[in-house]
Design a protein around this ligand. Structure first.
Ligand SMILES: NC(=O)c1ccc[n+]([C@@H]2O[C@H](COP(=O)([O-])OP(=O)(O)OC[C@H]3O[C@@H](n4cnc5c(N)ncnc54)[C@H](O)[C@@H]3O)[C@@H](O)[C@H]2O)c1
Length: 383
């Protein structure tokens, strides 16, 4: 069987996500393995066209990775008939305009989250893409993490019985940038530049909750800016105007209550940078990026509250590791493969621009909840 080439515009490859996760660990990794095998025995060969604003940076990346196709002219790249897919990993604030251009050019769309800064824009994009008849997908990488894959397996097996609650802890200390450089780009901490932890992380929590446990029906959140002064990539001080921590409660169908803390102003006292504890009547689990541990009902200890006596139980040791029983590829690559198969051979695919819009919806209603100090029900999107 033959090899079919598929041209993919990758916009934002000079950024953290665009370069490391999408170009190197996904598209080029697929090429290093000989291309993507399709169900008819043929192979799909992704041909990246690097797009960005800086000629020098693009040339450097291309040369370092043996690529020759790059341009700062997005409209010209989108006009090429050999380009079938547009991918966007730009800063969030630059996304909508570029996605609109790509849809207008008739390209299939794959994009980082959040798909837009406002719900209205996110819905318009989904409608535009549907009307144009192009395929569309949004990055949902957390679902492909080994820890969450094992958690999904537990849910599917019925391990939990009735699921009662989910508690998530995400975050780590992001340095302010004065005496140690910040490990995340400064735009994330400026509201006017599309920053903020709610807009960044609630879309992730939304697809995790929706796909693992069920529809998210209401949100109550408190978003705050704990650190209001930071130093940027050039060492210049700036006012951090975006929220850097969010304390959220998400109510799911079936009465499940999910409570997730997200913070860039917290120090890690956990095994992983994100962890979800799921409690069900028949058992509980704690899942992180890589690991997943369980405690079934029949092996649940019986602690008794007695503040006068130091506890003798080693609670953390009472959990059992869930084995991998599988090989988990890089999550970004796994999703790229799904999306490319969807484009090339109409394979099943979840996580389109409508799912992306629901993620933006929960972020925007979360921010509204915080501003107004109240719980907000989440209506279904009007298609
Ligand atoms: N899926 C995930 O886990 C995950 C993680 C982090 C970030 N993201 C998302 O990926 C996107 C990129 O985030 P990142 O951390 O790679 O950011 P980054 O700052 O490292 O990269 C941003 C990219 O956008 C380009 N860009 C285009 N227009 C720009 C403008 N006007 N100002 C500044 N840069 C501009 C930059 O050149 C660069 O290539 C964001 O939308 C973010 O929400 C997703």
């Amino acid at each position: 069987m033959g090899r079919r080439t598929i041209g993919i515009v990758l916009n934002g490859v000079t950024g953290r996500m665009g370069l490391r996760q999408h170009l190197l660990r996904s598209v080029l990794a697929i090429r290093q393995d000989g291309g993507l095998p399709l169900s008819d025995g043929s192979v799909l060969w992704p041909e990246p066209v690097l797009v960005g604003r800086s000629e020098a940076k693009l040339r450097d990346i291309a040369e370092r990775h043996g690529l020759t196709d790059w341009t700062t002219d997005l409209p010209a790249a989108l006009a090429r008939p050999d380009v079938e897919v547009y991918f966007d990993a730009q800063v969030t604030s630059a996304r909508v305009k570029a996605l609109q251009m790509a849809i207008d050019a008739g390209k299939h769309i794959y994009t980082e989250k959040p798909v837009a800064e406002t719900l209205e824009q996110a819905i318009d994009l989904a409608k535009l893409a549907d009307a144009a008849g192009v395929k569309h997908g949004v990055v949902q990488d957390k679902l492909f993490l080994p820890g969450l894959r094992k958690l999904a397996r537990l849910v599917e097996s019925g391990f939990f019985g009735q699921i009662l609650s989910v508690r998530g802890e995400f975050g780590y200390w992001v340095f302010e940038g004065d005496w140690q450089s910040a490990q995340r780009p400064s735009w994330n901490y400026r509201a006017a530049d599309g920053g903020g932890i709610v807009l960044d992380m609630f879309p992730h929590w939304h697809y995790v909750l929706e796909q693992l446990f069920g529809p998210v029906q209401a949100v109550t959140a408190r978003a705050v800016t704990h650190i209001d002064r930071r130093w940027d990539e050039e060492g210049a001080a700036y006012d951090a105007t975006a929220d850097d921590a969010a304390y959220g409660i998400f109510e799911l169908a079936g009465g499940i209550v999910a409570q997730i803390n997200s913070s860039w102003a917290v120090r890690v006292n956990r095994d992983e940078l994100v962890e979800f504890q799921v409690d069900g009547v028949n058992g509980s689990a704690v899942a992180g990026l890589h690991h997943c541990r369980i405690q079934p009902r029949a092996a649940t200890p019986k602690p008794v509250w007695d503040p006068d006596v130091p506890t003798t139980q080693q609670f953390r040791s009472q959990w059992q590791e869930v084995p991998d029983n599988d090989v988990f590829p890089n999550g970004f690559r796994a999703q790229w493969e799904q999306f490319l198969r969807y484009v090339a051979e109409d394979a099943p695919y979840a996580g389109d621009l409508w799912a992306g819009a629901r993620g933006v919806q929960v972020a925007s209603l979360g921010l509204q909840s915080s501003r107004e100090g109240r719980r907000i029900e989440i209506p279904e999107l009007d298609r």
